[in-house]
Write a protein that binds this ligand. Sequence first.
Ligand SMILES: C[S@@+](CC[C@H](N)C(=O)[O-])C[C@H]1O[C@@H](n2cnc3c(N)ncnc32)[C@H](O)[C@@H]1O
Length: 286
Amino acid sequence: MTTGKSVGSDKAKSVRGVAAILPRPFLKWVGGKGQLVSRLRELLPSGFHHYFEPFVGGGALFFDVKPGKATLSDLNHELMACYEVVQNDVAGLIAMLADYVYDKDRYYEVRSWDPQNLEPTARCARTIYLNKTGFNGLYRVNSKGLFNVPFGRHVSPTLCDEKNLRACAKALQGVTLACKPFEHVLEAARSGDFVYFDPPYIPVSRSANFTAYARNGFDMNDQEKLAQVFDELAQRNVNVMLSNSDVPWMHERYARHTVRLIRARRNVNCNSASRGAINEVVVTSY
Ligand SMILES: C[S@@+](CC[C@H](N)C(=O)[O-])C[C@H]1O[C@@H](n2cnc3c(N)ncnc32)[C@H](O)[C@@H]1O
């Protein structure tokens, strides 16, 4: 049995001179668990065989744990295409990113490119560039599926973090990548495996309903379907952990499992004034 508690040991100096642990997410992702990772790590099972993350997003927990055997998945095709390139052509990606500059006109030019006309590495470089230079690292597409996030104001953003990309590539070696709905984990997970679900949040208020991560939103029917998948996996002795908003429905629906509250800085609102520290629910089956 492999341990789920290995902690990253590669260190690198960040631009501010503070030691940063590598790897860390190569994309900024709405709902990213970067600030919660140390708390989530404490809640991992003491050991597991295979690691599954079916709503991987930026993959903050995965990159922190660096499990040997893992399956990462997300419905966002552009995102998973990036993971494949980082896994298989990190040198080509770094070379392409080196040609990009932080400039408003360049941003809108790159944004206008149709990603379907680009080969995989160029497509991934475009996504990373837009993510590092666009407003708040948002991923948002219009009804035609075209990326429509405006240019963001940043202070000398790092467009190509070579050390981190190489560390991410190393962590991704041997990892299975998929672009499938979360319920596909039912087909693959076995007793003794670990599944971490980080779905789009249940809105805590009507003004906070930023749940449209990809083209399809994630409604309460999906949350109920996810709870059923959680129950079924738990019954099969799969170790399951799930995080979501601190709303009454979560406490009621997951009452038969262990429900904890942890303090989170939520970053789901476009308006930075409405961000702040709130509770987040973490459910474990073990
Ligand atoms: C909260 S984010 C994940 C954050 C991530 N764990 C991190 O640390 O950055 C939720 C993700 O679920 C994905 N998603 C939405 N609906 C999905 C579905 N039905 N199946 C799989 N993934 C889905 C979105 O594309 C998004 O990346």
